[in-house]
Write a protein that binds this ligand. Structure first.
Ligand code: ADP
Length: 643
């Protein structure tokens, strides 16, 4: 894998999408129950119809049977009357013996109320009525409606009339089981009830009935049978009530199910959103995340982690240590660190490590470990966050080297300045020594007997003094040999670079540094390194002055251009105690310092550098309240000097 290809294909955890057609699943039990209920009702309805049909068939058949029974019973009575008529014709029955005749007695025992023998002129010849034992009820029913049968006597000599109660006749003919099953009535053509058998029904609503005509035995008379047990309508049966209760319960259950499913679906939706959020967040993180089981087995890595080490999640998840990104020459050491981490001894503030990217380059990482707990709060491993600090480390290293180089440079400049000062200061005494020495030698030479030893010594003294002078001169030349290397400088960029180098130190010293960069500042031809050194010196001096301040510590750096004087300036101001009465001359004199460990060369060097650039160096009070040092660099003279 090449470094230009850090993005690895990542397996996405696809959440199974719930099919939309399953969304209405909650209604399925209700629909099935509804279908079951409908089929039960259809079945009940057809059962009711079948029962009605059966009952009707039975009713018709029973009605027809009763019709024939009544018909034959009346035919029998007619026949008996006919037999009696024959006996009268044969004079076997006399008017006197009529009531006692066996045939008459039998008839009265059956259901006749009375039997009357009428002559041709409708006068009663003989009359027999029912015995006093029966008449009670028979007379009672006879008190209502009665019917009669009449048979003419031979030769038009009269007729025989038998009166009977139709109700009695019916009771006589309707068997008990039929009377329990049906309400049996005899009715006339005008729907008047002539007679009933057994207890009549109070209401016939909903019951089946059937009429048969008693023609020709009894003209204009009908026999009506009404079923005593009505067929219960299907909707009033127990199953319907049970189905109703069942449907009610299913309805409530469905409602609860729907609510539950809604709650579940909402929870699922929330979970999906959260999972998507979490996924997006994890993927957008620049921090690598890694979950490990308690035994060190890799459980999870995020995309950033994959990018840091160059291995995909599939390659890493499930792996036991040593991991493929551990540097081969530090396996034992890394294993030891892992054991320490798994024992819960990882430093809370994090720790640095070196890994090897898949492409072979070494990477610096910062790691933080935290316990990984499951939903029940039990620790199941360790969650690590990993920061790739390779860049930072490299830039730190670069910065360190730069600061070191600058410090070396500053030391050299300072040495040059010291040497120059020393040379300047020592030059006069040395010159004086040399001239006094020359005078002494001349004086000795003029003596009559010059002391050769003394003159030799004075000679060597002169030589040594001259040698000392040349050594000082040489050292000065060596150390100040460097003449400013002028180049076109962007002053704002230069100041920014210098402040960047100081940033860490300023943060440590709790000093806020601001920079007001002038827009469209013309370029200045100057030695970038030396000017940077001035800025660093001034900022450091300001920070030293602020060290004693208890309040807010502020340094304001400002760049600008003075069009009139044709100069660019860099001003460094602070809100410290200020300069007091000290003049710029005093401040810039070599070895002047008010600090216990101060060398007193910083400002002297600054001024030398500025002057080497034909610029000016001024000091005064700042608007902030402290000191203000300004470096003025000419624009035109530079151009003239360095076309
Ligand atoms: P050193 O820093 O070694 O003392 P410098 O030449 O850099 O030497 O400074 C000389 C003196 O000038 C300092 O000791 C201090 O008294 C004074 N000085 C320099 N900068 C400031 C400032 N920003 N505020 C107050 N005094 C300052």
């Amino acid at each position: 894998m090449s470094a230009a290809e850090p993005e690895l294909p990542r397996p996405t955890i696809a959440l199974p999408a719930r099919p939309t057609r399953w969304r209405g699943l909650w209604a399925l039990p209700l629909l099935l129950s509804l279908a079951l209920s409908v089929s039960v009702m259809v079945w009940l309805r057809s059962a009711e119809k079948r029962e009605l049909d059966e009952q009707r068939q039975e009713l018709i058949s029973d009605a027809l049977t009763l019709q024939s029974e009544v018909g034959s019973s009346l035919a029998f009575e007619n026949e008996r009357l006919g037999a009696l008529v024959k006996l009268i014709a044969l004079h076997d029955v006399t008017p006197a013996g009529f009531a006692g005749h066996a045939e008459v007695v039998e008839g009265l025992k059956r259901f006749w109320i009375s039997l009357t023998w009428l002559d041709g002129k409708n006068r009663i010849v003989a009359h027999a009525a029912a015995s006093p034992a029966e008449p009670g009820e028979r007379e009672q029913s006879a008190a209502g409606l009665s019917a009669h049968l009449a048979t003419p006597l031979a030769g038009g000599q009269g007729r025989l009339v038998g009166r009977y109660s139709p109700g009695e006749m019916l009771s006589h003919n309707v068997p008990w089981w039929l009377a329990r099953k049906y309400d049996v009535k005899m009715i006339d053509s005008f729907d008047n009830v002539i007679a009933t058998a057994a207890e009549p029904l109070t209401s016939s609503g909903g019951r089946q009935s059937y009429r048969v005509s008693l023609d020709p035995t009894l003209e204009g008379t009908w026999l009506e049978l009404t079923a005593r047990n009505p067929v219960v309508p299907w909707y009033r049966t127990l199953p319907v009530a049970l189905v109703g209760i069942f449907m009610l319960m299913v309805g409530v259950a469905t409602l609860m199910l729907r609510r539950q499913m809604r709650a579940v679906s909402m929870a699922e939706k929330a979970w999906r959103t959260e999972a998507a959020w979490r996924g997006a967040m994890e993927d957008s993180l620049t921090v690598g995340l890694r979950a490990r089981a308690l035994d060190g087995r890799m459980l999870y890595v995020n995309r950033a982690f994959e990018n840091i080490v160059g291995y995909s999640a599939e390659e890493l998840v499930g792996q036991m240590p040593p991991m493929p990104y551990w540097p081969p020459d530090a396996i034992a050491e890394t294993m030891q660190r892992l054991q320490r981490n798994l024992a819960g001894q990882a430093p809370r503030e994090g720790y640095e490590a070196r890994w090897r990217h898949r492409d072979g380059r070494m990477i610096d990482v910062m790691q933080f470990e935290a316990p990984l707990v499951d939903a029940s709060g039990k620790q199941i491993g360790w969650m690590g966050s990993v920061l790739d600090i390779t860049e930072r480390k490299q830039s730190e290293e670069r910065e360190r080297r730069q600061v070191e180089a600058l410090a070396n440079n500053a030391r050299l400049t300072m040495l040059g300045e010291i040497a120059s000062t020393l040379a300047h200061e020592l030059n006069q005494p040395l010159t004086a020594i040399v001239s006094y020495n020359a005078g002494a030698i001349n004086y000795l030479k003029r003596q009559p007997q010059p002391d050769s030893v003394l003159s030799g010594a004075l000679q060597r003294l002169g030589e040594q003094a001259a040698h000392a002078g040349s050594i000082v001169q040489r050292i000065r030349e060596f150390l100040t040999r460097r003449t400013p290397r002028r180049e076109a400088c962007d002053i704002n960029g230069l100041v920014r670079d210098a402040l960047k180098l100081m940033a860490r130190e300023m943060k440590r010293r709790d000093v806020h540094v601001g920079f007001q960069a002038a827009a469209a500042l013309p370029e200045v031809r100057a030695d970038r390194v030396l000017i940077e050194q001035i800025v660093i010196n001034l900022v450091r001096n300001a920070a030293d002055a602020l060290a004693a301040c208890s309040g807010e510590r502020r340094i304001e750096v400002e760049s600008g251009v003075d069009r009139e004087r044709n100069e660019v300036f860099i001003a460094v101001a602070d809100n410290g105690k200020g300069l007091g009465d000290l003049s710029v001359e005093q401040l810039c004199s070599p070895f002047f310092s008010t600090k216990p460990e101060g060398m007193g060369m910083g400002l002297a060097i600054c001024r030398s550098i500025v002057e080497a650039h034909q610029g000016r160096f001024t000091a005064g009070a700042a608007k902030l309240g402290g000191a203000n040092f300004t470096v003025w660099l000419p624009l035109t003279s530079n151009r003239e000097e360095n076309p």
